[in-house]
Design a protein around this ligand. Sequence first.
Ligand code: NAP
Length: 248
Amino acid sequence: MTRILLLGGTTEASALARRLADEGRGAVFSYAGRTDAPVSQPLPTRIGGFGGVAGLARYIVDHAITHVVDATHPFAAQMSRNAVDACAQTGTPLIALERPAWQAQAGDNWTHVGDIAGAVDALPDQPAQVFLAIGKQNLDAFATKPQHRYLLRLVDPGPVPLPQAHIVIARGPFDVTGDKALMQSHAITHIVAKNAGGTGAQAKLTAARDLHLPVILIDRPALPARRVAGSVAEVMVWLDHQATERGV
Ligand code: NAP
């Protein structure tokens, strides 16, 4: 019998969970547990790390997982690497639901940087108003540029390691009108974002284009080779194909 482990934490993972539930597929949804009140899912849900590659491999065996779908955020690189290794160790078919990276359009003023440190370096030395739209992880790297006022948009309230921070508590998806108003009301001069792709967090880039604001865009971390699907529908086709091949 098919039993899918769906590694979540993205809008696309939630869409896949809905589809799996609607089709009555055996599946369990997994959250890292980063937010206080994660979006509830229409599938049995577990929360928390597995304990590295060994822990994930053990979970796969103990729970008779037949397929793993990695629908984590493109910057959740550790989880994705662990999934590749644990699936290889246990011989479990793996597919990643990966959204294409955002591409610049006419009117965009993007500076591409390789990582968080590159984003810090790319900020000016003169005081600026920065929309630091990278979530709550990696904020401490920006403490080396304390001269800037940072606008942060976070899912949960909590302390941040930046002296001049204004925190907005909100959960995506976001829209262009709202993001433009947010940037204008804080007189934003620079945006720092991860090249996450997808639709839920794209509004800030459109808003930046409309407002002629520069964006410092952090490239995705490199991941090992793995099978990739670009949509929920492609994952479903893969699952059906796997079932036919295995005779389950
Ligand atoms: P990460 O750095 O790749 O993962 C660190 C550890 O967190 C993993 O080794 C694993 O712990 C645990 N983990 C991560 N995702 C998990 C999941 N879906 N289920 C169970 N354990 C998980 O991940 P991250 O960047 O902290 O992201 C954590 C979660 O937030 C992911 O679900 C991701 O989709 C979501 N998210 C991340 C970002 C981002 O910018 N990074 C943005 C939006 C949403 P063990 O080693 O103990 O198994």
